[in-house]
Design a protein around this ligand. Structure first.
Ligand SMILES: Nc1ncnc2c1ncn2[C@@H]1O[C@H](COP(=O)(O)OP(=O)(O)O)[C@@H](O)[C@H]1O
Ligand SMILES: [Mg+2]
Length: 215
């Protein structure tokens, strides 16, 4: 479904990604690991169409990004490393705000179902009263409003409580069983090994590569 071919990304003289290649199918969960600054977020943003590579190509279902950014964007859900929500609005108000911006229309009942699937039933609570884990879940729910086929998550479980972490893990597993391709970054090797079908190492620090191959 997804093909990344000979991807390069440089910022000035710094080459962040060098000939990166990847092929992935529906229903896979792929973990992306590497040291801080390795280029994980850069790679996810390129696959999310939010950043352009210096050279190389990305395809979804054989369709090149270059000519089809708009169409391709509708197939993708992306949750950035930094949480992006309206803090003064309630959980449901946030859902309705982003639903209005999205390419599809969803009823309040459908939005509620998405939240309850993630065990986030505090529909009327203001976001600034939520825990970090709950905010993560809300960010995730928002990214799923348009039913993306490819879901990109940048450190979705970093710094959140264990219960939310387990719930998010189970949720992602179920989502991949229904055919969504999920690519996510994490520092938690136990989690990566448990959840992912495949792990990809990027960066220059062999430490990460080594713990992946040790068992
Ligand atoms: N917009 C940018 N301009 C210049 N350098 C950047 C920019 N975005 C990221 N970088 C640099 O690219 C490298 C990779 O960053 P990033 O993709 O955030 O790594 P990771 O997510 O693996 O920690 C870092 O050295 C970072 O400073
Ligand atoms: Mg990052």
């Amino acid at each position: 479904m997804l093909k990344v071919e000979g991807l390069y990304k440089s910022y000035g003289k710094d080459t962040i990604l060098e000939d990166f290649n990847l092929q992935a199918d529906r229903g896979e969960i792929i973990g992306l690991v590497g040291e801080n600054g390795a280029g994980k977020s850069t790679l996810l943003r390129i696959i999310a169409t939010l950043n352009r590579p210096t050279s190389g190509e990305v395809y979804i279902d054989e369709r090149s990004y270059r000519k089809n950014y708009k169409k391709i964007r509708q197939k993708i859900g992306y949750v950035p490393q930094e949480i992006e929500l309206w803090e003064e609005l309630s959980v449901m108000e946030n859902m309705r705000f982003f639903e209005a911006l999205s390419s599809v229309s969803r009823s309040v009942a459908e939005l509620k179902k998405m939240l309850s699937d993630l065990h986030l039933e505090k529909y009327n609570t203001k976001v600034n009263r939520l825990s970090g884990g709950m905010k993560r879940k809300l960010n995730l729910a928002i990214s799923l409003i348009h039913a993306p086929e490819l879901l990109l998550l940048d450190e979705p479980t970093a710094g959140i409580d264990l219960k939310s972490r387990i719930e998010i893990g189970k949720f992602l597993k179920a989502l991949s069983d229904k055919g969504t391709l999920i690519i996510y970054t994490s520092h938690d090797m136990t989690e990566i090994k448990e959840l992912c079908d495949r792990t990809i190492f990027i960066g220059k620090d062999p430490f990460y590569k080594k713990i992946l191959t040790d068992d």
